[in-house]
Design a protein around this ligand. Structure first.
Ligand code: C5P
Length: 233
């Protein structure tokens, strides 16, 4: 089963702080920018169809520099929107124009997704799911905290999972759901499985990986860099 790929990279990465290298997806970890690692993973995965990268209009040069550090493969580049949801929709429209029937949507800032994970997602689709979510069971004890920093409740972690990407879909179904969400005025869905849920589409869970972290804060980038440098020596 061949999947069109949408890699969203149009965020400004404000929680990771300012850097001369630009938003976090363009920071160097190991020997290359974060997004070069991510693109490599998909470009070398046998199930990947057309890859669409969604970027901020200001980042054309940063993407071009990152692409010099990843294998040559044709990409479609489109511009994103003000929220992740809007950026994904722009990417989905571009994948739909290529005639793809399946799509995998991935955060550029998750450079440690591996081929086994991608195949797990695609296989669940091949077995009949229309929406597939990689996730891992929550292992920490969870606390609800009020604005003053006082714990108000311990939330049971039974049945709770942390959502990852690549989330994988029947393209027509997720595109219709995204268009409906946008038409309804919603722009704040933080992942695509939640749009499928909102549209009433059952979402199938597959096992994510502990390594597949989202680089969000400055220290996440520092840790990813350390980890890759250990592999490089
Ligand atoms: O902000 P967050 O960490 O949830 O971003 C997840 C992914 O979505 C990142 O790869 C980021 O570049 C992307 N994004 C986007 N357009 C936005 C906001 C985030 O493509 N407006």
């Amino acid at each position: 089963l061949s999947c069109g790929i949408v890699i969203v990279a149009a965020g400004r990465g404000e929680r990771a702080g300012q850097s001369a290298e630009g938003p976090k997806q363009y920071r160097t970890i190991g020997d290359r920018p974060v997004i070069a690692h991510t693109l490599d993973t998909f470009a070398t995965w046998p199930g990947a169809g057309q890859i669409v990268v969604v970027i901020h209009p200001d980042d054309e040069d940063l993407l071009a520099a990152a692409r010099r550090r990843s294998p040559a493969r044709e990409l479609i580049v489109v511009h994103g929107g003000a929220t992740r949801q809007q950026s994904v929709l722009a990417g989905l429209e571009a994948v739909a124009a290529t005639g793809s029937r399946h799509v995998m949507i991935h955060d550029a800032v998750r450079p440690f997704a591996d081929h086994a994970l991608l195949s797990r997602c695609a296989n669940a689709l091949a077995e009949g799911a229309r929406a597939v979510l990689p996730a891992i069971a929550v292992s920490d004890t969870l606390k609800r905290v009020d604005a003053a920093g006082t714990v108000t409740e311990t939330v049971s972690r039974n049945h709770l999972h942390a959502a990852q990407t690549p989330q994988t879909f029947d393209l027509k179904i997720i595109l219709d759901a995204h268009r409906a969400a946008a038409s309804s005025g919603r722009t704040d869905f933080t992942d695509d499985a939640s749009i499928a849920e909102w549209a009433g589409i059952p979402v199938k869970l597959v096992e994510g990986t502990v390594d597949n972290v989202k680089l969000t804060l400055k220290r996440d980038i520092a840790m990813a860099d350390e980890k890759l440098k250990r592999y490089l020596i």
